[in-house]
Design a protein around this ligand. Sequence first.
Ligand code: NAD
Length: 364
Amino acid sequence: MTIFASADFDGHEAVHAFYDRATGLQGFVALHSTALGPAFGGCRMWAYDSEDAALGDALRLSRGMSYKNALAELPYGGGKAVIMADGRRVRSPALFEAFGRVVDSLGGRYITAEDVGTSVEDMRVVARMTAHVSGIATGADGGVGGDPSPKTAYGVLQGMRAAVEMAFGRDGLDGLTVAVQGVGHVGFHLCRLLHEAGAHLVVADVAAENTARAAEAFGARIVAPDAILAEDADVLAPCALGGVLDAKSIPELKASVIAGAANNQLATDDDGRRLLERGIVYAPDYAINAGGIIAVAAEHEGETDSAAVHARIGRIYARTMAILERARAEGRPPHEVADIMARERMQLAPQAELVREAVLSDTH
Ligand code: NAD
């Protein structure tokens, strides 16, 4: 196992390996950057095949959080924890208490929250051991913080509105058809918001009960999971897995806009360019799926005004518009512009120049 020579190492400030003898808890906390504030990012629990896979995930995800937090104008850096365990088999309060002690030992340099494989309930157990945890609040309509998925969905809707305006020159989603891949936590909330906005829905999920729920609640049309990407729709919203936009899927897309919640939708950087060449407007994933982190950050800061948090998430519309306008003006794929803007905010100007040079040498 290597860290500094790993392809995923990106000048991370620290990587902590942790182990708890009593519960068998093991994993990593990666702190990518604390330049803008404490490293804020969720805790993933996953049955990794190897230590290398877990470490690689922690390195990539923590870097991603630096970019997401910077672009969302949050006063936080990027970090992420990964617990190496199958959450369906190994799940106990003692394990999450042990994880809480790990977080506490970092003295506030890392703030945790839920992620894939961990829940609000798990984070409440973590909170017995440390104050450096968020995403645990309760309140009417979710209140401030708590479960991030409805907030993420609201942010995605704002990013989608901007991308639709850019692609079709129209305000609002009324009458458009939106294909939603994955109607889990975020996907289902997004379907509700789209339905309220007057959009027609086409959905797919590997879990039939999830699509059935969306069909019943919102009149969504169900298609097979392998058909959703090429579905005849105005907008495609990937809300399941990463890496779905690649050399094979992009030529088959019919949607003019892509705006969804899934992290790392582009399989490679080249795929962002492929979308640009096809004239498809891509709303960068981490720019528009920041609603959840904006809300849990507000909860951590003691914000109690949910309207103010709603408004903060609403700024994703203007932020996405700024990215798309700059991308169009400079003839670049929007994901590259989002990266450059995030790096500018992290004051990583020299690297931003390098990115630009790389981009320019790519195009000539
Ligand atoms: P989730 O697990 O609740 O939902 C994902 C859904 O996708 C599930 O219903 C699953 O059955 C379905 N799915 C899996 N493989 C599929 C396939 N091949 N085709 C169709 N459907 C498939 O997860 P979630 O919390 O809704 O998150 C969705 C995505 O958004 C993830 O990529 C996640 O990383 C990202 N994200 C979530 C949040 C959040 O607040 N939950 C925040 C930022 C980003």
